[in-house]
Design a protein around this ligand. Structure first.
Ligand code: ISL
Ligand code: CA
Length: 551
């Protein structure tokens, strides 16, 4: 029998604080806004809240560039607000998980400000410096967000490594002082009472220090084979576990970018004493071509299911994954994996059923519980994300077709996930009384939380039901995943087995009806959840979802 834990039984909800709820009219979501909505979250039934970064930051990458790990960004409020937020969550039985961004800091962090001053500054070795080769960077590594992964600093003439923007210099984990700084800041937040961390790009912390040129062309290969899973990553994580995790009732979630399934247990195998669970990336890169997200390629629905199956098998009985279909880095799940046209409601519910009936801890991204779709952006000026804006400038400089670029952005950009939560049919969707920092989805009169909460047939109420079902059903949490039938068009039939408790799930993840094979449909009164179809019929309507209990 698999070991039980609160973090396996929980349901995560991710908040992107800038876009959740603004209370002071500056157009930026804030901590008082999250406190105001704590009852909303409790009513939805989630049990673990993950906050994207709320620390001091110049916001080159919206808080994923931290200039002080011990301060709350004034845009979001004060430390007192944070403490009230934590208390408000705990009072309702909700645990709080912070974002831990320690592969890199901001270039405005005092460590980097000191490090760049001279080669012999005591902080120099907090970062990674190399001399260039004949006036060029030390190697050909590309950054995640376009351009080189190295920038020459004029003061000393040396280059520093930044796998993301030049405003995000990578920390040097080889330096034991850096590691102690990280453990110290983790303890600071844990001592305040937070319940764990989602660890940003944690597989990237140990570098391949030969710094040879890469010959790989596909960016996903570069991530996996050059940037992630470096030689000392497990040593560092085990040390972190000994120094920090072992001393608290907490959880850790790796942002598992670059981890291949074969290496999953090296990170999350219980005996390894490293990390509890990971967000894997197979399905997040499913439509990325060799040049990444702006190079989309086709994919099919059986591949999607098989990615989940592969990871389920990869972690087996001793490891654990997190399940997610979207976050702040990817377009809206209903637009990407579902249907945001005529079947939006059914598709949002069907995706929720998939998320809550696989093995792993589900993570709901803010707004998915009301089926928020991608936002129609019409001009490049409407985008805010540094990644998209960099890629746009690169396309422009290369003389590429900018109209085609913006068309691709309409399905691929990260900003789709970052437009404000739609609370009600009111100006700016009720997000702010001021001018929002990013465009509000214009469909708020039709798609908003208030109207869905008063409609028992809504996506919101369906989420609430399926979250309850998940939380109350040991077989849906711990049960083995048994696939029965999967088609390219999106017919999924699978079961979850825990001793003699068994459930069968039928999903139609597509726009056309299909006929369930065989006559062995469970009796209609064994159906414990549907999104509107006829549980006695063998015909599965577009985006229909059903869960049956088997006797
Ligand atoms: O969005 C991506 C690139 O197209 C992802 O590969 C993403 O960069 C990767 O998952 C790492 O994401 C995390 O670290 C980044 C930050 O921008 C993301 O928001 C964060 O989730 C750098 O800190
Ligand atoms: Ca605000």
């Amino acid at each position: 029998m698999m070991k039980k834990s609160w973090w396996k039984e929980g349901v995560i909800y991710q908040i992107y604080p800038r876009s959740f709820k603004d209370t002071n009219g500056d157009g930026i979501g804030d901590l008082p806004g999250i406190i105001e909505k704590m009852d909303y979250l409790a009513e939805l039934g989630i049990t673990i809240l993950w906050l994207s970064p709320v620390y001091a930051s110049p916001n080159a990458d919206n808080g994923y560039d931290i200039s002080d790990y011990y301060q709350i960004h004034p845009d979001f409020g004060t430390m007192a607000d944070f403490e009230r937020l934590l208390a408000a969550a705990h009072k309702r039985g909700i645990r709080l998980v912070m974002d831990l961004v320690v592969n890199h800091t901001s270039d405005e962090h005092p460590w980097f400000a000191a490090a760049r001053k001279s080669k012999d500054n005591p902080y120099r070795d907090y970062y990674i410096w190399r001399s260039g080769k004949h006036g060029a960077p030390p190697n050909n590594w590309p950054s995640f967000f376009g351009g080189d992964a190295w920038t020459r600093d004029p003061v000393t003439g040396e280059y520093y490594l930044h796998l993301f923007t030049p405003k995000q210099p990578d920390l040097n984990w080889e330096n034991p002082r850096v590691r102690q700084e990280v453990y110290r800041l983790m303890r600071f937040w844990l001592d305040k009472g937070v319940d764990g961390f989602r660890m940003d790009v944690i597989p990237l912390i140990s570098k391949r220090t030969d710094f040879e040129d890469t010959q790989l062309a596909d960016f996903r290969d570069i991530i996996e084979k050059v940037y992630a899973n470096g030689p000392r990553v497990h040593e560092f994580l085990q040390e972190m576990h000994r120094e920090v995790m072992a001393h608290y009732d907490m959880t850790t979630i790796a942002e598992g970018v670059g981890i291949p399934p074969e290496q999953a247990l090296d990170y999350v195998g219980a005996a390894r004493q490293e990390i509890d669970m990971l967000f894997h990336f197979g399905h997040m890169f499913i439509d990325h071509g060799p040049a990444g997200r702006m190079d989309p390629r086709p994919w099919d629905k059986s591949t999607l299911f098989n990615i989940f199956l592969t990871w389920d098998r990869a972690v087996g009985a001793s490891g654990w994954t997190c399940l997610y279909l979207g976050n702040h880095d990817f377009p809206r799940q209903v637009s990407r994996f579902g249907n945001d046209g005529p079947y939006r409601e059914a598709a949002a519910k069907c995706l929720a059923t998939l998320l809550m009936t696989l093995r792993g801890t589900p993570s709901v991204y803010q707004g998915d519980e009301i089926g928020m779709p991608n936002t129609p952006f019409s001009h490049v000026e409407e985008y805010r994300d540094i990644e998209l804006l960099n890629f746009y400038r690169e396309a422009q400089a290369a003389g590429k077709d900018l109209k085609a670029f913006l068309e691709a952005a309409q399905t691929q950009a990260r900003d789709h996930a970052r437009t404000p939560f739609l609370w009600e049919d009111a100006p700016q969707g009720g997000f702010t009384a001021g001018t929002p920092w990013i465009k509000v989805h214009p469909d708020y009169p039709r798609i908003n939380a208030a109207s869905q909460m008063s409609d028992p047939g809504s996506i919101w109420h369906f989420y609430r039901r399926v979250i309850q079902l998940r939380r109350q059903t040991p077989a849906l949490i711990y049960g083995a995943l048994v696939p029965l039938w999967v088609s390219e068009e999106g017919g999924y039939v699978y079961e979850r087995h825990l001793e003699d408790e068994k459930f069968r799930i039928y999903l139609n993840m597509g726009d056309n009806p299909w006929k369930a094979a065989g006559a062995e449909l469970p009796p209609h009164n064994a159906c414990v959840l549907t999104n509107g179809g006829d549980p006695a019929s063998l015909i599965m309507q577009p985006w229909e979802a059903r869960v049956y209990t088997l006797k």
